[in-house]
Design a binder for this molecule. Structure first.
Ligand code: XMP
Length: 333
């Protein structure tokens, strides 16, 4: 039987009861596969890698080594949450690498989106490789592959042209000869979330909106600078907080701030104030191939605008992107 094919008889996991049954089966399967050997996992803090981590911690405890590479392009609070949940609450064997300076130094002056993606993807693999070389006796590599990834790669191998090179952080270095552990590879995203909740992960982590591998790197448009990246992270955090407050976070598939490398003239405290515009994007989609714009109530937009312009240094305007996909892609880069 092809282990990459979901059996027709496999029930859709929609309840905690079904999730617990799946977890018990996978715990047994992972223990049988791994024995007393060690497993390495690149833990981004995204839904899939987080659920795999929680599942493997349950199955093999400290035999799992999680490596979290902070590339400096995470959203506000994300790396801290990984440390809190996995390092502290779940007492995982967690290696935290702050590689911010490495990434930002390499990206300095690079404005082409695809060049940025390539640098981020390649450097991620390099850092991950360096960290794993420091570890002894790793025999397995765990991955948060899910069923749509398998279906996607079948499509890709049939030769469809990609619009953007989606470098998923956590790529598997070719030279790594380790056996794979992929406990959620037959699950769809909604099932992964049900399993994540059954494993006791925080709701916000399990229902996290999709976040691209290159992170804020493709939202700090053009050549990334530390000051604009900082403004982006703060503005994005305000947007997320306000969407949480008014219930939009549950309704909108993906929402974020992008900041272009351009300043306009504004005024603050009676003085000329040149600043960047924060662009708000909020879209709904089924498969990210096309997307529609979520209608945001004006009072919410006013509040977000007031908070971002008051609280974030360097931003003097807020714009709302009304463009569906096509013609706009979801990300600006
Ligand atoms: P676009 O911008 O192509 O985005 O309409 C579609 C979806 O893909 C995400 N995206 C990425 N994800 N690496 C990723 O892992 C990337 O380089 C990348 N670029 C875009 C985007 O956030 C949206 O959900």
């Amino acid at each position: 039987m092809d282990s990459n094919k979901r059996p027709d008889s496999m029930a859709r996991i929609t309840t905690a009861e079904l999730a617990n049954k799946f977890i018990d089966e996978q715990v047994a399967a992972v223990r049988a596969q791994v024995g007393d050997k060690k497993v390495l996992l690149a833990l981004s803090g995204g839904v899939d890698s987080s659920v795999v981590a929680a599942l493997l911690i349950k199955a093999i405890g400290k035999q799992l080594v999680c490596v979290h590479v902070n590339h400096g392009l995470m959203r506000k609070g994300e790396s801290e949450q990984v440390i809190e949940v996995f390092g502290k609450a779940l007492d995982a064997n967690l290696v935290y690498v702050d590689a911010t300076d490495r990434f930002l130094d390499l990206l300095a002056g690079v404005s082409d989106p695809e060049a940025k993606r390539k640098i981020i993807g390649a450097e991620f693999i390099k850092v991950f490789d360096e960290e794993s070389a420091k570890l002894d006796g790793i025999s397995f590599l765990a991955q948060g592959t899910i069923y749509p990834d398998i279906l996607e790669s079948i499509k890709a191998s049939e030769g469809k042209k990609a619009v953007k090179s989606h470098h998923n952080v956590g790529g598997l270095p070719d030279e790594m000869e380790m056996e794979l552990v992929e406990p959620i590879k037959l699950l769809f995203k909604d099932e992964v979330r049900v399993v994540g909740e059954a494993l006791g992960l925080p709701h916000g982590m399990v229902y996290r909106q999709p976040f691209p591998g290159p992170g804020l790197g493709v939202r700090c448009l053009g050549a990334i600078t530390r000051d604009r990246l900082h403004a982006l992270r703060e503005a994005d955090a305000i947007l997320r907080e306000e969407f949480d407050n008014c219930g939009l976070a549950e309704k909108v598939w993906q929402y974020f701030v992008a900041i272009p490398d351009v300043k306009s003239v504004g005024v603050k405290d009676d003085s000329r104030y040149e600043g960047w515009p924060a662009i708000i994007r909020a879209v709904n989609t089924k498969d990210a191939m096309t997307a529609t714009i979520e209608e945001i109530p004006y009072p919410v937009l006013h509040k977000i605008t007031a908070r971002i312009t008051e609280e974030v240094d360097g931003i003097n305007r807020v714009l709302f992107d009304l463009t569906p996909k096509p013609t706009g892609t979801i990300e600006w880069e």
